[in-house]
Design a protein around this ligand. Structure first.
Ligand code: HEM
Length: 342
């Protein structure tokens, strides 16, 4: 009798160990993800991803009906100051803007009750992978093979077989038109969050920043000849004419929609509501700008907005903290002042 009970107990322990990642391949850590992001090209003092950036400031004004969305103070206070950052992906603070098919927008809003809401969005409409493991496997497969100096296509094939959702992202990236300006780029939160209203009703949403400036696709020939920092120059030129605006659009999940997987967008037919408008009035180089030493951790949320169990969201929070700690340590030792880095 004792032997079967011991066998059952052992099986339960093994199952628990397996599901928690204690068996088999070593558990993926935030340090592993940052090491991969910075592989091959160290730029001490800079973000390990989205290293090239432009600081901006402005304000967020809620729409009249926004207070009904969530008790978050940002939706009832007349206006909230914003510090933000536009960025290009990759770990090179000197990268050519023409290579940045994807662009980022990060925001930090601090309301009069001292609460903060930090957001980091990208111009892609959905994320490449459903899990941190898939994203990491894709990034490892993209690293140059030491033997050839180029990524090994067989490794990417194996990744696609294991994480098939990544093929959707590759297909999107082959067809998506690149906007010719940051001003007419739509930025998407991609991960879902939950809003709680004054009645205690909780709704899952995804947010996007929809530009007031009409979309114009970058002309491929002009893009190929564009200056390294043409996005910042274009932004300065436009801001000299007046503020730039984006509407924050909330998309609501319907029953049955998958909430915890950023690689699976919800259908466009889901209801939407404009929660407010971001007005951007000033841009400045990140070197001494107010966004430089910020960590736009997407889990820094005010009361009334909460995260979900999406593993990518939680990985982001942990990974940004590792990247932030590395770069701030290096800055305190005098790094991060590379000439020409915006
Ligand atoms: C597991 C998945 C992800 C990993 C490992 C990752 C990694 C990173 C790292 C290392 C940084 C630099 C953080 C810092 O030093 O402050 C960063 C910044 C950023 N990430 Fe991610 N990221 C992930 C997913 C995403 C997603 C889903 C989005 C958008 C929807 C996104 C948007 C951004 C943006 C906009 C920035 C720049 C923020 C700033 O301006 O400081 N990331 N990411």
């Amino acid at each position: 009798m004792l032997i079967p009970i011991a066998a059952i107990l052992m099986a339960v322990v093994l199952l628990m160990a397996w599901t928690r990642g204690w068996l088999g391949a070593a558990r993926l850590t935030p340090q592993d993800m940052v090491n991969t992001a910075q592989a091959g090209s160290p730029h001490p003092g800079f973000r390990r991803a989205h290293a090239k950036g432009i600081c901006f400031s402005g304000s967020f004004t809620p729409a009249p009906a926004a207070a009904g969305l969530s008790i978050a103070r940002v939706f009832s206070q007349p206006s909230t100051p914003v510090v933000g950052r536009f960025s290009n992906p990759g770990n090179d603070p000197h990268a050519q803007d023409r290579q940045a098919a994807v662009r980022g927008m990060a925001l930090r809003m601090r309301t009069d009750d001292g609460q903060e809401w930090r957001l980091a969005m990208n111009s892609f409409p959905f994320f490449a992978a459903a899990t941190p493991e898939g994203f990491q496997a894709m990034n490892v497969a993209k690293l140059p093979d030491p033997a050839t100096g180029k990524p090994d296509p067989e490794k990417m094939k194996a990744v696609l077989a294991r994480y098939p959702e990544i093929a959707n992202f590759i297909a999107w990236s082959k067809t998506a038109a690149t906007p010719d300006s940051l001003a007419n780029t739509r930025f998407n939160g991609v991960n879902a969050f939950r809003l709680t209203d004054a009645q205690g009703r909780v709704r899952a949403v995804r947010w996007s920043m929809r530009p007031h400036t009409p979309f114009a696709a970058a002309d491929p020939a002009r893009l190929a000849a564009a200056d390294r920092d043409f996005l910042a120059a274009d932004l300065d030129r436009r801001l000299a004419q007046g503020p730039l605006e984006w509407d924050m659009v909330m998309q609501f999940a319907a029953p049955g929609d998958v909430i915890e997987d950023p690689s699976r967008p919800w259908p466009d037919t889901r209801p939407e509501q404009v929660a407010g408008t971001l007005k951007l009035v000033r841009a400045e180089p990140q070197a001494n700008g107010p966004c430089k030493d910020l960590n736009f951790d997407p889990l820094i949320l005010p009361k009334g907005i909460s995260g979900t169990d999406d593993p990518v969201l939680h990985a982001r929070s942990a990974v940004y903290s590792v990247s932030f700690n590395r770069r701030e340590r290096e800055v305190s030792q005098g790094a991060g002042k590379e000439e020409g880095a915006r």
